[in-house]
Write a protein of this length. Structure first.
Length: 340
């Protein structure tokens, strides 16, 4: 199951119990779901007495079973978390295989007052006996990297948990502007929760308070070029260079933006609403804005910009140009003044 199915399952149960395996690449959501499980299983007054965390590398099968069989004190439930157990990722030979078999048998009759979580950094090995035993119980929660649709849903969910609403377009904009891992995105959202004056976080709030990533600054620079506002475009470039962004990376992102403009314009005319984003595998906000930018560039101007980026990339990488920051400034001027 994914984390949404897991949330639904624990929210529908009076007190979560049984076994879970948490694994997958998205570590921040994995950590946050463990905190959510803690909230559902444990009462604040008796938390310390009923929460056990075991180091999987050192914990024996006997220690895990003993922790699981311990009855809760003055609470309906007990939470046991085993972190990075080798028996879920390939481990210690015959001894580990025997321990896996014992744990797999134990899971069939786990105490109804215990919630046991095997917590893995990265992915577990689904071929191993313990992984398969948990899988048969439909208690494996895989935390995959979130796609754009799920990132927006996650932003909206986190905003609600913080006592705010966030509009769909604002959540899309925040995801695009921040463009970072979920931990950084969460910090930006918390900043907006404190900043936004109303009950709902708007796109204007995001524009005013969110920290821009390089991709968004490049977008703003190209937007300025499309509006024939050269000073704004130059200022955006200078800001990226001042922030220490590598010129060759800025160049690659300028080229990427013009490629997005080229394809967004074509697909937006040819496909139903929403399909262009899927075809381009890009955030809806980015595709819509790129299609809008395309209206201010002729096809010849887009192709000229792409050729100029490719030529400059070759010149930098072949050593023909050493002052690459000056070359970037010249590139922006060239895109600005080019006419068919």
């Amino acid at each position: 199951m994914d984390y949404n199915a897991f949330l639904k399952q624990i929210d529908q149960s009076e007190t979560p119990s049984g076994v879970y395996l948490f694994h997958g690449e998205e570590e921040f959501v994995k950590d946050s779901m463990l905190k959510r499980l803690e909230e559902r299983c444990l009462e604040e007054a008796t938390r310390e007495m009923n929460y056990t965390v075991l180091d999987g590398a050192a914990a024996t099968a006997d220690a895990i079973i003993a922790a699981g069989e311990t009855l809760p004190l003055m609470s309906p439930a007990r939470l046991v978390v085993v972190k990075d157990y080798p028996g879920l990722k390939g481990g210690r030979g015959a001894e580990e295989a025997s321990a896996q078999a014992r744990l797999a048998d134990y899971l069939k009759n786990i105490s109804p007052t215990t919630c046991l979580v095997f917590f893995c950094r990265g992915k577990a090995d689904s071929r191993l006996k313990l992984s398969q035993a948990i899988g048969k119980l439909n208690r494996t929660v895989e935390f995959k990297s979130l796609n754009e649709h799920d990132r927006v849903r996650w932003i909206q969910s986190q905003a609600r948990r913080s006592g705010k609403q966030i509009a769909q377009n604002a959540a899309e904009l925040l995801s695009f502007i921040t463009g970072a891992g979920l931990e950084d995105l969460y910090q930006e959202l918390q900043k907006l929760v404190a900043f936004a004056p109303g009950h709902e976080i708007t796109a204007r709030d995001v524009e005013q308070a969110a920290t821009r990533n390089t991709a968004f600054t490049v977008f703003q620079m190209v937007d300025a070029l499309a509006a024939r506002q050269l000073p704004l475009a130059q200022a955006a470039l200078e800001q990226m260079l001042h922030d220490g962004e590598a010129p060759v990376r800025i160049l690659s992102m300028i080229a990427r933006q013009f490629r997005l403009i080229r394809y967004a314009a074509l697909l937006s005319r040819a496909l139903p609403k929403g399909e262009a984003e899927k075809q381009l595998e890009a955030p809806p906000f980015a595709v819509r804005k790129a299609a809008g930018q395309a209206k201010n560039f002729t096809p010849a101007q887009v192709e000229h910009a792409l050729k100029a980026c490719a030529d400059l990339d070759w010149q930098i990488k072949s050593g023909q140009i050493r002052e690459d920051h000056l070359a970037l400034q010249a590139l922006v001027m060239d895109i600005h003044i080019f006419k068919e």
